[in-house]
Design a protein around this ligand. Structure first.
Ligand code: SF4
Length: 307
């Protein structure tokens, strides 16, 4: 059952504000600066930038999902919608068939809105937009249609952390739950493995803005996420991800009450087999080191850890 006392942020906006945001986001597509790559291509005229995505929703799959963090799945699952393609270029991508090979189909805004509503009808606790960054304007347009037809679930912005500040600012009052990755602390590693040297500086700025907007993660009496920030960090072999620095940033510049998922599931995928040390899983010792860093830094909410 959904909590009918909850009103998502986008339904609290003043009349017409969501339409204004949709138009402003769509304008960005004419000279695309949606993400830090700033390709400046006209996506409305068929030009393609790094993400190879046009100006219509491009969706890989959707379903109630039970593999996300506990506060998102509740009893009936997180209403997950996977976007096709991506604005990052991680050589170890665990979803490379979607992000790099472009599995998915282009669909109308109305169809995507219907998908959101169908996930609500199935009892999902939220609409979880996976890899939304390069499709943010299309997602907003579909959200506008869905909200007019009765959507009232919180939006989870489940992104890679490679975000432009202006895009995140535009989402103020629309997104209830931000769930960014923080992948790298070191620009050299971000360049080598994701082709995004400026990733750390943009991720830091984006996380600060997200936290300013929604604060620490809040859950209802059932333990289901309603609003706030949830950060994911994938531990990589031989400290490639810069876990120590990322933990320090979260503890000191965001909040010690940040809900963080320190993930141990790294396994080589896609091109990682040819790039040691990413050609192996992490060891138990590497994972324990990452968890201990977070505990010692005073972070109080670590997914899967009872404090
Ligand atoms: S969203 Fe795509 S086209 Fe736009 S700046 Fe980013 S990578 Fe380039």
């Amino acid at each position: 059952m959904n909590d009918h006392t909850f009103t998502p942020a986008y339904l609290q906006l003043r009349s017409g504000a969501l339409s204004d945001k949709v138009r402003e986001a769509e304008e960005t597509l004419r000279k695309c600066t949606l993400c830090p790559r700033e390709c400046r291509v006209d996506r409305t005229a068929g030009e393609k930038g790094f993400c190879r995505t046009g100006d219509k929703p491009f969706i890989s799959s959707y379903s109630p999902h039970f593999g996300e963090e506990k506060p998102l799945i509740g009893r009936f699952g997180s209403g997950t919608i996977f976007m096709g393609k991506c604005n990052l270029g991680c050589i170890f991508c665990q979803n490379y068939s979607i992000s790099h090979l472009g599995e998915g189909i282009e669909m109308s805004f109305e169809k995507l809105a219907d998908i959101m509503l169908s996930l609500q009808n199935e009892g999902c606790h939220n609409i979880n937009l996976v890899t939304p960054t390069h499709q943010m304007p299309m997602l907003l347009r579909s959200l506008l249609i869905a909200s007019e037809k009765g959507l009232r679930l919180p939006i989870v912005y489940n992104c890679g952390g490679y975000e432009s500040l202006h895009s995140i600012q535009l989402l103020e009052g629309v997104v209830d739950i931000y769930m960014p990755d923080f992948k790298y602390a070191d620009p050299a590693m971000a360049k080598k493995y994701s082709g995004a040297e400026n990733y750390p500086e943009f991720a830091r700025a984006a996380l600060k803005e997200m936290h300013r907007q929604v604060g620490d993660l809040l859950t209802d009496k059932r333990g289901i996420a309603m609003r706030g920030l949830l950060v994911r960090h994938l531990v990589l072999p031989e400290r490639v991800a810069g876990t120590a620095e990322i933990i320090k940033f979260i503890a000191h510049e965001i909040s010690k009450n940040t809900y963080i998922n320190i993930m141990d599931q790294y396994h080589p995928c896609f091109k990682a087999f040819d790039h040691p040390p990413l050609n192996r899983r992490i060891t138990a010792k590497e994972y324990a080191e990452a968890l201990n860093l977070a505990i010692k830094a005073g972070i109080k909410r670590i997914d899967g850890v009872t404090m």
